[in-house]
Design a binder for this molecule. Structure first.
Ligand code: PLP
Length: 480
């Protein structure tokens, strides 16, 4: 690493990225390229001689950017957001600069200790119960994604119950969730060796606003216990992916606790909103949970990846995931004086991710972060109001946070026809490249999702997006 070369090249790169942000509205939000487009533009093999940075940047401009979907565009309203910010960006830069691999405390004490401190800060901002703080038996850890978070707690819960009932009972273990739970749980069950038939996916519908019903859960657990199965894990969601439904944590938690289930709360997207007092009630009942997860990389101005996971009983994670090879032994670890995060996650190596979260918390402060969240929720509320003024559309599910689920109403009462119409509307809107929205299916209805949450989005973008959706709908209705 030549420091002067770094200075020169990194300045150039920062200028390039700053210009990218400045001009981001000029790009089609959703990349419009065809599969395989890049192979035709790049050579078959790596260059044998060094090439100038400028040539690479020119290629990024000409060949890479057309294949980029611009998640930071203010016209990005698809899936959930993936926030970038100046603070998050600087934290990533610093982490890349230091570039240590912090698997054990000894490999960079600051990395482990900052992660513990910053996750305690965030836990306090979310008013999580003290048992989740690192000062007791629990603590927080940064995972790459919510999928890794649910996987590690599922493994911890599985091994905890198997230590009691014997490893041969793995085929009897049962997991509970709703049909709105993210597919990450399904993947965790596959990896964790949970038999597919033992994954109870409980039905939701509009009568519970797509939230998991405690009565259905109780019934399912009773039936499983009666037939000799072993219920062991419940995953509830605050802010489901399809519609931001909120599962009733207090009631579900009581059932989980009285039946000895590990209770995991997935608040990957909506957790960020719970730093605001007026939205904190959505996680009331988290006191009953064994683990809680929110993705700071979604809606908390922290660049991807940064998924915060808290557990009440860190020893459960460690018993499942720790290894102790000779080549990693050191005094601090052997004397049990430190946290070694390698034992709280799947991989050994880990990045210095707490730096960017620390920088976000320090450079913005909780008050600004709250204002940021509130602004998006207000923009989503305005979008919802606009929909309600147009009788050709309906809002399909309650808007709890900054996601609006809506659809164009069919001209005749025919579900398939309505679904086709909305599919066409989605394609018509997204193929313009002017905005990007996504879809889901709720109660067999094809539904459009409009998720506000990109840092650059302003009211004018939301209003323009709605106008374009209306125009495309008018054209479709005229031709149908
Ligand atoms: N849980 C919820 C509620 C989500 O919305 C998502 C993704 O959007 C996930 C889990 C999976 O997130 P990740 O990509 O961090 O694994």
């Amino acid at each position: 690493m030549d420091a002067e070369q770094l200075r020169e090249c990194a300045h150039k790169m920062v200028d390039f990225i700053a210009d990218y942000y400045k001009n981001i509205e000029n790009f089609p939000v959703l990349s419009q390229v065809q599969p395989g487009y890049l192979r035709e533009l790049l050579p078959d093999s790596a260059p044998s001689r060094p090439e100038p940075l400028q040539d690479v940047l020119d290629d990024v401009q000409e060949k890479i950017f057309p294949g980029v979907t611009h998640w930071q565009s203010p016209e990005y309203f698809a899936y959930f957001p993936s926030n970038s910010s100046v603070a998050g960006f600087l934290g990533e830069m610093l982490s890349a600069g230091i570039n240590m691999v912090g698997f054990s405390w000894i490999t960079s004490p600051a990395a482990t200790e900052l992660e513990m401190i910053v996750l305690d800060w965030l836990a306090k901002a979310l008013k999580l119960p003290d048992e989740f703080l690192s000062t007791g038996q629990g603590g927080g850890v940064i995972q790459g994604t919510a999928s890794e978070a649910v996987l590690v707690v599922l493994l911890a819960a599985r091994d905890k119950v198997l230590r009691r009932v014997g490893r041969d009972a793995i085929g009897k273990l049962v997991v509970y969730s709703s049909d709105q739970t993210h597919s990450a749980l399904q993947k965790a069950c596959k990896i964790g060796g949970i038999h597919p038939e033992n994954c109870r996916v409980l039905k939701t519908d509009s009568s519970t606003e797509y939230a998991l019903s405690p009565e259905l859960l109780s019934e399912a657990i009773s039936q499983d216990v009666a037939s000799g199965s072993i219920p062991f894990f419940l995953c509830a969601t605050v802010g489901t992916t399809s519609s931001t439904a909120v599962d009733p944590l207090p009631a579900l938690g009581k059932i989980a606790n009285s039946n000895g289930l590990w209770f995991h709360v997935d608040a990957a997207y909506a957790g960020s909103a719970c730093i605001c007092l007026e939205f904190r009630h959505y996680i009331d009942g988290v006191e009953e949970a064994d683990s809680f997860n929110m993705n700071a990389h979604k809606w908390f101005l922290t660049n991807f990846d940064c998924s915060a996971l808290w557990v009440k009983e860190r020893s459960a994670l460690i018993q499942s995931l720790s290894t102790n090879p000779e080549f990693l032994k050191n005094k601090a670890s052997q004397d049990n004086m430190v946290v070694d995060y390698k034992d709280w996650q799947i991989p050994l190596g880990r990045r210095f991710r707490s730096l960017k979260l620390w920088m976000v918390l320090r450079l913005y402060g909780l008050e600004n972060l709250r204002a940021y969240i509130r602004n998006h929720i207000e923009l989503a509320r305005k979008f919802e109001e606009l929909i309600k003024l147009d009788q050709r559309f309906e809002v399909v599910a309650p808007r709890n946070f900054s996601l609006v689920c809506f659809r164009l109403l069919p001209t005749q009462n025919d579900v398939e026809c309505a679904n086709r119409l909305n599919r066409k509307l989605l394609d018509a809107v997204n193929s313009t490249g002017e905005l990007f929205i996504s879809h889901t299916v709720l109660s067999d209805k094809y539904v459009l999702r409009f998720a506000v949450g990109a840092p650059l989005t302003e009211e004018r973008h939301v209003v323009a997006a709605w106008k374009m959706i209306q125009e495309k709908a008018s054209a479709l209705l005229m031709n149908s």
